[in-house]
Write a protein that binds this ligand. Sequence first.
Ligand code: ASP
Ligand code: MG
Length: 602
Amino acid sequence: MALIVQKYGGTSVGTVERIQAVAQRVKATVEAGNSVVVVVSAMGKTTDGLVKLATDITNQPSRREMDMLLSTGEQVSIALLTMALHAQGQEAISLTGAQVGIVTEAEHTRARILKIKTDRLQRHLNEGKVIVVAGFQGISQTSDLEITTLGRGGSDTSAVALAAALAAEKCEIYTDVPGILTTDPRLVPEAQLMEEITSDEMLELASLGAKVLHPRAVEIARNYGVTLVVRSSWTDEPGTRVISPRPQPRPLEGLELAHPVDAVEFDTDQAKVALLRIPDRPGIAARLFGELATQTLNVDLIIQSIHEGNTNDIAFTMVKANLARAEAVAEAIGPALRSNPTDTTQAEVMVDQRMAKISIAGAGMIGRPGVAANMFSSLAAAGINLQLISTSEVKVSCTIDIDDCDRAIAVLCQAFEVTSSPMPQGVPTTSDPAPEVRGAALDIKQARVAIRHVPDRPGMAAKIFQLLATHGVSVDMIIQSQRCRLVNGQATRDIAFTVAQADAQTAKAVVESAAAELGFGDVAVDEAIAKVSVVGTGMIYAPGVAARMFKALSEQGINLQMIATSEIKISCVVAEAEGVTALRAVHNAFGLAGLKRTVVPA
Ligand code: ASP
Ligand code: MG
C-alpha cells in the first residue's frame, strides 16, 4: 500500500461543491489502495481577506497576532473537507499543524520547518483514516508552543515536508492550472504545459514558479528526493513531474535549515574574453554570440553590466582550448561595432587564461540574505580578489586568479561546511536529451542598484553585501563586470545588483551610508527594469542558446542593460516597459509556444 500526500490549494477548496469534489478524489485515491495524507490551504482568498482585516485595524500588526489570525483560514478548510469525507463514508480526521507536530523555528510569519513528528500520523494511518492537515502552519519549539506560519503560499512547503518525513511515494500538488507551464499564460497565451522539469530548473524559474509552487517546497523535494507532481484539481490529466536527482541521505532534523549551500564547485579549465567599451545599443550581444555560435564555440558565463556613458562591456568564459578562436571572433567584431566612423569609443578585447571559476550552489540560498555576502567575505579574508561576479537564484559564481583557486576552495568549504567538487558535467535527470530551454520567466517586481567606482581590492563586495544582509535586504542578481577604471589613480569597478522593488530605497540608503568609508562613487537606483530569463539543463551542452535569446530580443529593438548567467540559466535586464514583449519574443524563439490555451482562473 503506497502512501500519497495530496495538497489542494485555495481555489480547489474555494466552495462547498469544490470541497466535495476534492473529497471524492481523495476517496478514489484511497479506494485505489493508497494511504492518503491531505494538506489544504485556506478556502479561496480567505488569507487575503484576513490580512485586509488586520491592516484595516493597524498598519503594523504584531507578527505573532498575524500568525494567530492567518492560521485560522486552514483550520476552517480541514474541518470542512473532513466532514465532506465523512459524508462520503470515508474515515478521516483533521489535524492542525500543532496537533501533527510540525515543529518550526519561532520566527512568526516566516517560520521554517525544523522537524515533523510522525507518530500520531502513523497511528491514524494504521487505523485506516485519511488525515487532513492544515497547511502553512506549525508550532514553535519554545516552551510556550506558539502558533507559527511559514510565509504566504507555504502550504506547498507543508505538503512536501510531510511527504519527506513520511517517506511518501509521492507528493501531488493540486491546483487550478494543468501543471507547470513554459511561462506565465496570463502574459503569453501560447504558454504550454511541461510534462516534466528538473527541480534545479524549477528553482531557477522560482520567480515564475512561485505562483504555482512555493520555492521552499521545491527545495525540500530536491534535498530529500521527494517525487513531486503538479496537476489540475479539475481533470485527470497527469500534470507536470518535478524530477530530483537521488539525494545524499540527510537527517530529518533541521528539515528546512539544512545548509544553504550544498556544494562548492570550481573549474580551472576556463578562459575569459572581454570586450570593453562597446556601444550600448540593441543587437551587439546578439551579433557577438551569434558569431560564436556559428563557429560552434560553447560559452559558459556571460556577464554584462551597466556603465556610465554610452558604452558597455561584455565578458564571457569558455574552455581554454577554445580561447584562440573566441578571441579571433571578438577581435573581428570589435571594430565593426563602432556606431559611426567618427566614433571615438574604440572597442578593446582583453583575454585572460589565468582565471578560475568558483561557485557556491544550493537551493537553500533562495530568499536568505547573506549567503553571497558570506562567500565574498570568506574570500576577502583570504585576500582573494573577485574579478567577475554572476549570480542566479541558486548559484553565485566568481572568477578569480587561478593561483588563488586552491585557497578559495578551502575557505569556502570551511565557511559553508561542505565538500568541493569540480563543475558537474551534469547528467540530465529527465528523459534525454534535456531541452536547451525548458521555460522562460519575467520578473517585473525588481529594481536595479548600481554602485560606481568601487575600489578594486579584496573585501569590497563582501562589505557591501554583508551590510545589505544585516539590514535584511535579500539580493537577487549580482553582477560585477570586467571594466576597471582609474579614479584618482586607483583601479575601480562597478557593481550592480537587483533587489525587490520594495527594498530598493532601503538598499540605496544602506549602500550610500558606506560610500565615504569604502570610498566608492554614487549609487543609482532604477525601478523601471524587468528581468527576463530562460532556463534549461540542455544549454550546458549546446552552443548558441545565448545567441538565440539575444537575437530574439534585438529583433524587437530591445536593449540589454545587464546579462548574467549560470550553467542552466541566462537572465537579461531590460526596461520594464519592454518586459512582456521580451518574454514573448524569447518564449517564441525557443519554440515553446503552442496552440493549446490555458485559462488561469482569476
Ligand atoms: N493560505 C496561505 C496563503 O494564502 C497558504 C497557502 O495557500 O499556501 O498564503
Ligand atoms: Mg499556492
